[in-house]
Design a protein around this ligand. Structure first.
Ligand code: PBG
Ligand code: ZN
Length: 337
């Protein structure tokens, strides 16, 4: 072929993108998105009782820990370089009003203290919600309205404020309201400020979809709704513009950080939020169902689980997330640390 033939066919052969993919060092040099262990948050399930490290069957490799087993797990996570954890508590007693959730001696309150004793530098996020503490499994106070039982928004706000204060008093570093209750950020902020916790940041689960991907979590946290579903408070998966509205309101209520949940099926939402609010730190929650699907396929030998996890998490970061709450954090720590 003569040089002339190419002059009419665009820029080839002067430009060849494969030149920059020739070897690992070259690829490393120009990589745009780097997954860092500092960006990953490990969720932990803390259960009542003693001497328990109960495997969660729907989440291979994960456990529910009793309080006496927590210190060891935290030491292990620290030695692997994990910097932050998100705590979920499974109390022994559940009731209609989630009273254990703001008990100074509650399961998460004690767990926070243990983490802070063992590893004071570990960032502790506390999930503020009612579903693990209510006997009906919903994320708030249930009332009947026109013959239908539903979560009463403003009565739930009172519990959210109490929980936020209680977790703050126990030493939590980040307060994360996750119930999809209107005004939850304002309630948490008001509660925290009224007790002198002006400095504590709020990570709002701003965009939380009514997803079927929470199934394994509900088993792990023992918080599945006993009747109905969460569609009257969590978002419709079909809506993307509404997500921006949720974010705008949360920012006005004082959210310091935002979150999109789930993550992998909602990359467009992560992208939109980051484009519109590039100055606000954005988290994404790669949820239990997303974790378990990868695990299940890996157990069948169909995919390489850790490689797929790295690829998916990198994709979530590339879409715009600054940090990712995900159940692979501990396993990947060795590769990333
Ligand atoms: C509580 C809560 C849920 C998750 C995190 N916080 C469950 C739910 O809304 O039913 C799900 C996390 C996961 O699936 O990994 N509101
Ligand atoms: Zn909930």
């Amino acid at each position: 072929m003569s040089k002339d033939q190419f002059q009419t066919s665009g820029h080839f052969p002067h430009i060849r993108l494969r030149r920059m993919r020739a070897n690992q060092q070259m690829r490393d040099l120009i990589r745009e998105t780097e997954l860092n262990l500092n960006d990953l948050v490990m969720p932990l399930f803390i259960k009542y009782g003693q001497d328990r490290k109960d495997p969660i069957s729907s989440m291979p490799g994960l456990f529910q820990f009793s309080l006496d087993k927590l210190a060891n797990e935290i030491r292990e996570l620290r030695s692997l370089g994990v910097q932050s954890v998100l705590l979920f508590g499974i109390p022994e007693h559940k009731d209609a009003l989630a009273s254990d959730s703001y008990d100074a001696n509650g399961i998460v309150q004690r767990a926070i203290q243990i983490v802070k004793d063992v590893a004071p530098e570990m960032l502790v996020m506390a999930d503020v919600c009612c579903c693990e503490y209510t006997d009906h499994g919903h994320c708030g106070v249930i009332e009947e309205f026109r013959g239908t039982k539903d979560v009463h928004n403003d009565k739930t706000l009172e519990i959210i404020a109490k929980q936020a204060i209680s977790f703050a008093k126990s030493g939590a570093d980040i307060i994360a309201p996750s119930g999809s209750i209107d005004g939850q950020v304002a309630a948490a902020r008001y509660g925290l400020d009224s007790e002198g916790f002006h400095q504590l940041p709020i990570l709002s689960y701003s965009i939380k979809y009514a997803s079927s991907l929470y199934g394994p979590f509900r088993q792990a946290a023992e918080g599945a709704p006993k009747f109905g579903d969460r569609k009257t408070y969590q978002m419709d998966p079909a809506n993307g513009m509404e997500a921006l509205r949720e974010v705008e309101l949360d920012l006005l209520e004082g959210a310091d950080m935002l979150m999109v949940k789930p993550a992998q099926a909602y990359l467009d939402v992560i992208f939109r939020v980051k484009q519109k609010f590039p100055h606000v730190p954005l988290g994404a929650y790669h949820v239990s169902g997303e974790f378990s699907m990868i695990k299940a396929a890996a157990e069948k030998g169909w995919i390489d689980g850790n490689k797929v996890a790295l690829e998916v998490l990198t994709g979530i970061k590339r879409a715009g997330a600054d940090f990712i709450i995900n159940y692979f954090t501990k396993e990947l720590a060795k590769d990333l640390g």
